[in-house]
Write a protein that binds this ligand. Structure first.
Ligand code: GRF
Length: 192
């Protein structure tokens, strides 16, 4: 199974995938890692691991449609079986979703459909729920919507801040992402 991973930031989920591939635990080929802006640590980590990288900088394009077209082309060039949004903080267009329909995987730091969007950890904490968690799902054209593949709960502690809670969620999220990719790689056919 060939994957392309998209990142916007530090890429600790990506690093868990890289580590699992390198240790032989995850029978997946990381064909490339792409980012929506220059200078992400996620791209730096990938380059250090010898993985091809690309950047489709949102600021280089006159509008979202052109950026989306360029991103779609850049990802398609690596012929991935699965595209993983791993902390990729941009909404992609329906054209991108169509190009990778049923093959675009997203991880989200909340128990969807609760707390979608860019501030899922903050929003769960602000609401006062006692349990949150993370979700791995097939992404459609909505914001953190699409069929759920796996979820795991994380308790919120009274003393939690957004940072401490997000760090605990990410420990679980990394494991869940690797386990889900492993399950998909070993399955005879990808679900769609
Ligand atoms: C993850 O919690 C992801 O779900 C969210 O942003 C975080 C990215 O972390 N959208 P990292 O870049 O993998 O460290």
């Amino acid at each position: 199974m060939r994957i392309v991973v998209l990142v916007s930031g530090t890429g600790s989920n990506l690093q868990a995938v890289i580590d699992a591939v390198q240790s032989g635990e995850l029978p997946v080929e990381i064909a490339a890692v792409g980012a929506d802006r220059p200078g992400t640590y996620g791209v730096e980590r990938s380059a250090a691991a010898g993985i091809p990288t690309f950047e489709v900088d949102f600021k280089d394009y006159p509008d979202r449609a052109e950026w989306n077209a360029a991103l779609t082309e850049a990802v398609a060039a690596y012929s991935p079986d699965v595209v993983v949004s791993s902390g990729f903080m941009r909404i992609v267009s329906p054209a991108f979703i169509d190009a990778f329909r049923g093959r675009y995987l997203n991880t989200h730091p909340a128990l969807l459909p609760a707390f979608p969007g860019a501030h899922g950890v903050h929003d769960a904490l602000a609401y006062g729920v006692k349990v949150t968690g993370c979700t791995v799902h097939w992404a459609d054209a909505g914001v953190d919507t699409g069929p759920i593949i796996a979820q795991e709960a994380v308790d919120i502690e009274p003393e939690d801040t957004e940072d401490t809670l997000h760090e605990r969620i990410k420990v679980v999220e990394r494991r869940l992402l690797v386990a889900t990719l492993r399950q998909l790689a070993l399955a005879p056919a990808l679900p769609n």
